[in-house]
Ligand binder design. Structure first.
Ligand SMILES: [Zn+2]
Length: 67
């Protein structure tokens, strides 16, 4: 089984012009019970139509135990 599930084309418009974006600073996602910590969010998005294909939290381990 290959560990290569990164999309190479936009599922909405079919464009292969994808890019990576990052959300940092004010707009970080924070664990609900640990508001002092935040984690940047990274996106894989289509640079033609703007559709966000995937989003990742950079430090998912920070969110353990918050549910
Ligand atoms: Zn697109």
């Amino acid at each position: 089984m290959e560990f290569n599930q990164t999309p190479t084309a936009c599922p909405k418009c079919g464009s292969q012009e994808l890019g990576r974006g990052k959300q940092n600073g004010y707009a970080v996602m924070s664990p609900v019970s640990k508001v002092r910590f935040g984690s940047a969010v990274e996106y894989l998005l289509c640079t033609d139509c703007g559709y966000i294909i995937e989003s990742y939290v950079k430090n998912p381990e920070k969110f353990k135990g918050t549910l």
